[in-house]
Design a binder for this molecule. Structure first.
Ligand code: IMP
Length: 430
């Protein structure tokens, strides 16, 4: 048990982190987002009502929680304001005491979104299949030292000077791809009112987190996307442009590693991926269709149908290693219901070699072949089950096999999208 809990995705995102952070967030004091941007879509269902959050941490749904958006999140100011006002309209208290946004967060501006889309169309079949939210170009500008940051919005002269120095080069690129250049005055008109609204929320968020941890408060760090989309450790170049793994939470948030950190790795009972790139256990037949339909596997941000396939244990072992996962949450077990046999990838063969842990770099190797075993399925609907002992035998056996194969305890089991469809097997907070 720990006062600091990091929730990270072990697959290609969409594992159900939104539901988990919403649930565990009810007992947290602070919930912090540390990377990604409006490419993420966290779907949470509270009392039958669906809420999709792109930038505001899902902890916002619990009135006692303070939310933090850290400096390594790329902020889309327009989407952020929309989200804040929809949350306020739905009765959530959106005030600076409840939401702190890093002054140093880089902004996703209209030219980032334009470049993202233009680059993708120019890439043709080689396109990454991005969400089109400008994430890659915004992170390029951050590390290229061309970023416009949240604090720049609050000072008209500073914003004008910043845009004057970075916009001509961005416009040249836009023109190179056949797009229309953006006018600095239009950007100023768009951004200055945003700055006035956001100003009271801007803070040194590292100090907020460090103070909370120092006072012994419970802090939950929520990642976006998943390990296989990590810019360093994922299926490069078919990845997002940020560090998505658990331990990145601390340097990206501007604090040291807290003592007693627990890392909850989130995995779905099968695998999905949106966008391009290798996916060795993908199934384009009946299994994929079953998972997509029954699991409602359509992107929360783009609505795109997700590619679906069997659980990949060797890739999960890799993800557990990279994240240092101490606990697991197994999501969407109910979706497997109705399958006669459930295929699971237990290892890979590469020539004469058998791999029990696989680096995603290898996924494009032509000689890499998944070893698939089939385990018995069940027909019962698992939604409504509140006690693990009430699960059908094959579902209990599936859980047991996963836990044994991954050698990390499953602390939480999700059997449906509602908060109530959850079995807690061990407590994650003190
Ligand atoms: P980008 O993050 O929009 O640049 O997209 C890069 C890759 O990450 C694409 O394959 C996207 O589909 C994928 N991606 C980005 N955000 C998410 C997410 O929240 N869930 C699942 N896939 C994502």
């Amino acid at each position: 048990m720990s006062r600091c809990l990091v929730v990270a995705g072990l697959q290609w995102g969409d594992e159900g982190k939104g539901k988990v952070t919403d649930l565990l967030g009810t007992r947290a004091d602070v919930v912090a987002r540390y990377q990604g941007g409006a490419n993420a879509g966290h779907t949470v269902v509270v009392s039958g009502r669906k809420v999709v959050l792109h930038q505001v941490p899902s902890g916002v749904l619990t009135p006692t929680v303070r939310c933090v958006i850290g400096p390594a999140v790329v902020l889309d100011p327009e989407t952020l304001l929309d989200e804040m006002s929809s949350l306020a309209a739905a009765g959530h208290d959106i005030v600076p005491e409840r939401l702190a946004i890093s002054r140093a967060a880089n902004l996703v501006l209209p030219y980032h979104k334009a470049l993202d889309r233009l680059r993708e169309s120019a890439a043709g079949v080689d396109r990454i299949g991005t969400t089109g939210r400008g994430i890659g170009p915004a992170y390029e500008d951050m590390v290229g030292r061309r970023g416009v940051r949240a604090a720049d919005l609050c000072d008209a002269d500073r914003l004008r000077a910043r845009l004057a120095s970075v916009l001509p080069e961005r416009n040249a690129l836009i023109r190179h791809f056949g797009g229309d250049a953006l006018a600095q005055d239009d950007l100023m008109d768009l951004l200055l009112p945003v700055g006035r609204t956001l100003a009271p929320y801007l803070a040194d968020t590292g100090a907020v987190l460090s103070e909370a941890l120092g006072e012994g408060r419970r802090v939950l760090f929520e990642s976006a996307q998943g390990t296989l989309l990590d810019v360093l450790h994922g299926t490069y170049p078919y990845v997002t442009s940020s560090l998505t793994t658990a331990m990145a939470a601390f340097p990206l948030s501007g604090i040291g590693v807290p003592r007693d950190t627990a890392v909850l790795g989130i995995l779905k009972a099968y695998t999905t991926r949106v966008g391009g790139g290798p996916f060795p256990t993908e199934d384009s037949g009946d299994l994929g269709a079953h998972l997509r339909t029954r699991g409602a596997e359509f992107g929360a941000t783009t609505g795109r149908p997700r590619r679906c396939g069997a659980l990949d244990l060797p890739a999960l072992r890799f993800a557990i290693r990279v994240n240092g996962a101490t606990h697991l949450a197994l999501m969407k077990l109910d979706v497997l219901g109705g399958l006669d046999r459930i295929p699971v990838c237990t290892a890979y063969r590469a020539g004469a070699q058998t791999l029990h842990v696989v680096h995603p770099d290898r996924f494009s190797d032509p000689d890499l072949v998944p070893v698939i075993e089939e385990v018995p399925g069940w027909t019962e609907d698992l939604r409504g089950v509140r006690d693990e002992d009430d699960l059908p035998g094959p579902a209990r056996e599936y859980l047991r096999r996963i836990e044994e194969a991954l050698a990390v305890p499953v602390s939480l089991l999700s059997l449906g999208s509602d908060r109530a469809d959850t079995v807690f097997r061990s407590d994650l907070w003190p």
